[in-house]
Design a protein around this ligand. Structure first.
Ligand code: SF4
Ligand code: SF4
Length: 350
């Protein structure tokens, strides 16, 4: 990996450069919080944001979109997006970089999702290191997703005078070489960066899970009264899945527009916590009970998809779902309780 130094006063120039070539998404302040929004003016970007309400997932998987349209009079079909420039996501924290990597794995698994491919084609991602936890509910230390783990083109680590820049991809290398914004780091800057990296490792050292066994541990408590206890605190509101960087479930419906001239195949985000999510033809609901739904989500985040994609855990510990959950249900608490039950938690069999 190539390494560069970006002087602090040039970070806006970098965003400006990207905004002229890409549809730029970046963290911006909104009504007392932060969101990933499409920005036109690089001055609107909040580089020192804590975390965003929603992860940047919607740049690649919009909350609602038309997958294909058919003109019912001519029979012409259109499934291609307008010629927008590709997206660039700027200032993505490590948990969300890991979230985008998991989203990518899920959506590219055969049969790969064509609309996701189109939305993602030519995308450019700039990561931004976290020097401290964004909020008390975050547990990226336990999921070991406070490290960027490679799913980026450039990754910026704030340090004195600017940003240490890790260059990961060919597109990142070309940008770093072409823009003239980056400098060759000095030995003093390298030493300072190593110091910052060690500080990050120390800050995020509070691991509470045994990731070696979590994916295998969870199915052992599939039948357990804890799911009924959790269900007493769950309102089936679906907020947890709406804010999650690794939830990828969606619904597809056909709708008419233009006075019934056009038929649209539409998709929108869905949630496995909603009561009707698992209703199938004939009206049968194979996860009709709340306890079954909350168990499914925890199994999916901690075990099913982790095992399917060769990861220790699918949840990236961003802390968004416990933050928005009215019942204060946290995957960390559930995973930790599971490991206590089966005797494999940190400090036991780690
Ligand atoms: S946010 Fe909390 S209350 Fe709402 S569905 Fe998720 S777990 Fe249940
Ligand atoms: S399950 Fe919760 S903590 Fe884990 S990635 Fe999703 S929103 Fe973040």
């Amino acid at each position: 990996m190539k390494e560069k130094f970006l002087p602090g006063e040039r970070v806006e120039d970098l965003a400006e450069y990207l905004s002229q070539r890409y549809r730029l998404w970046a963290p911006a302040a909104k009504e007392g919080a932060f969101v990933f929004a499409q920005v036109v003016d690089a001055g609107d970007i909040s580089m020192d944001y804590s975390t965003t309400l929603l992860p940047p997932k919607h740049a690649f998987l919009p909350t609602a979109e038309i997958l294909a349209s058919v003109d019912l009079q001519t029979g012409e079909a259109d499934s291609v997006r307008p010629d927008d420039p590709p997206p660039a996501i700027f200032g993505v924290h490590p948990c969300d970089l890991n979230g985008l990597a998991r989203l990518d794995q899920a959506m590219r698994e055969p049969p790969a999702d064509a609309a996701y491919h189109r939305a993602n084609a030519g995308a450019f991602i700039v990561g931004l290191a976290c020097l401290k936890k964004c909020r008390p509910e975050a547990f990226c230390d336990s999921t070991e997703t406070f490290r960027p783990n490679g799913h980026f083109d450039l990754h910026l680590t704030p340090m004195e005078g600017g940003f240490w820049t890790s260059v990961q991809s060919d597109a990142g290398r070309a940008l770093a070489d072409d823009t003239g914004l980056f400098e060759v780091p000095t030995d003093r800057q390298r030493a300072e960066y190593e110091h910052v990296r060690r500080g990050i490792e120390t800050t995020f050292a509070g691991r509470r899970l045994n990731l070696k066994t979590l994916a295998a541990d969870l199915p052992k408590i599939y039948p357990h009264r804890m799911w009924e206890k959790l269900a007493e605190r769950c309102f089936s509101c679906g907020a947890c899945t709406a804010v999650c960087p690794t939830c990828v479930c969606f619904d597809v419906r056909d709708e008419m527009s233009d006075g019934c001239r056009t038929a649209n195949r539409c998709r929108s985000w869905d949630s496995c916590l909603l009561k009707d999510f698992a209703v199938v033809a004939g009206g049968e609901n194979f996860r009709g009970r709340r306890a079954e739904r909350i168990r499914h989500r925890m199994m999916r985040q901690g075990s099913y998809l982790a095992r399917r994609f060769g990861l220790p855990v699918f949840c990236v510990g961003c802390g968004r779902c416990p933050h928005v959950c009215l019942g204060k249900i946290s995957p960390l608490d559930v995973f930790e309780q599971c490991q206590k039950e089966v005797g494999s938690g940190v400090g036991r069999a780690a």
